[in-house]
Design a binder for this molecule. Structure first.
Ligand SMILES: O=C(CO)COP(=O)(O)O
Length: 252
């Protein structure tokens, strides 16, 4: 049973994967979901260069398209970057910001993530803000402290339930096949909910809190049934329509 709360979101983060040949997967997914009544929103976040093509393949389906990152400025001298406005024009309704791979590989701090999230919200899109502890931080008992600090630092002032999604992704669970226990997931999600209520007031209850990190068809049901887990951010298992469907079906 999926847990109570805001309408869930299952989002697939393709990361730096995808090609024109791979467009058959979202096409297949749209066909498979055509007559399924879902209690969740579904989204795919391909590399920016594929957004328009994925959008066109998904035309007429319920599946939404999101970006994986953006610059905090709307335009300007930022070679190699793209803005939230550009992703919006290409058909995105959300943008992931602060993924741990961006934080680690591109030195993104909470302050940078906050600016990016604000730019996404200003463009009229949903910011999917990622937070999560490293293995070292978990082992030294710092998980709750780290998650609280990242949340407070990365969430723009004035965020609302309709323009904000939080994704809790323990860094050590990403792409490793490892997941926290259900009790550990529930503990962190409860903390995030409490902090959101403190920061946003009543709106905090309506923010979707996704779990991400080695979500697969075989563990999705158990993870998604934890209190305050309102969907998933899926990496590897979102690349094949059949696997992604196996996760989405938790909400069918
Ligand atoms: O980082 C993730 C999604 O953003 C999770 O990746 P995996 O599902 O491949 O572990």
């Amino acid at each position: 049973m999926a847990s109570e709360g805001p309408r869930p979101l299952v989002a697939g983060n393709w990361k730096m994967n995808g090609s024109v040949a791979m467009l058959k997967e979202p096409r297949l997914l749209a066909a498979m979901l055509k007559d399924v009544k879902l209690k969740a929103d579904v989204m795919v976040c391909p590399p920016a260069i594929l957004v328009r093509r994925v959008k066109s393949v998904l035309k007429g389906s319920k599946i939404k398209v999101g970006g994986q990152d953006c610059h905090w400025a709307a335009s300007g001298a930022h070679t190699g970057d793209i803005s939230a406005e550009m992703l919006k024009e290409a058909g995105c309704t959300a943008v992931i910001v602060g993924h741990s791979e961006r934080r680690t590989n591109h030195g993104e701090t909470d302050e940078i993530v906050n600016k990016k999230a604000r730019a996404v919200q200003k463009a009229g899109l949903k910011a999917i803000i990622c937070i999560g502890e490293t293995l070292e931080e978990r082992k030294s008992g710092k998980t709750l402290e780290v998650v609280t600090r990242q949340l407070k630092g990365s969430l723009p002032e004035g965020s609302t339930a309709s323009d904000t999604v939080i994704a809790y992704e323990p860094v050590w669970a990403i792409g490793t096949g490892l997941t926290p226990t259900t009790a550990e997931v529930a503990e962190v999600h409860a903390l995030i909910r409490k902090e959101l209520s403190g920061l946003m007031g009543q709106d905090g209850a309506g923010v979707r809190i996704l779990y991400g990190g080695s979500v697969k068809p075989s563990n999705a049901e158990e993870l998604m049934s934890q209190p305050n887990v309102n969907g998933a951010l899926v990496g590897g298992a979102s690349l094949k329509a059949a696997d992604f469907l196996g996760i989405i079906k938790v909400y069918a």
